[in-house]
Write a protein that binds this ligand. Sequence first.
Ligand SMILES: [Zn+2]
Length: 156
Amino acid sequence: MVRFSIYVKAETENVETLFFNPDEYVWNIMVKCANCKEVYDNWQTLCKSVTKPLRVGRGYVHYSSKCKFCKMENSIIIMEDSMKPYDGNRNDFQPIATFECRGIELIGIRPGGGWIVTTKRNNSTFTDINLDEDYVEYNEEGVLSILDFECQVRRS
Ligand SMILES: [Zn+2]
């Protein structure tokens, strides 16, 4: 079992925190088989509120698949309490979640939609933001922006 953490970084203006609903956020991930090292063709999705029972033993996982090349089964669990908001007051890579992976490796992530921003000036909230592209919003508080959103996967 190997743990991978997702780190993000962005150039922000008027952003106090950048987060998502931990139960509803849909993760778009790129993976490779830990056994034969084959990279999966498509983005895979998982969500903390969607669980599958383990085929062997007790418990549940958030993702499971069978490698189409070597036929090994693998699974991922989004670790309880690992999801944390990004602090817009800092401009460095910060961990936002950790996945426990069995037989599979996390190699990439795409931010997608469902992000929630809390602003510095009025502490207002903007929801359902898609960070696959730069986000710029002009409102009564001035400008709110999230630029150059970067994601990194690190083995932890
Ligand atoms: Zn494989």
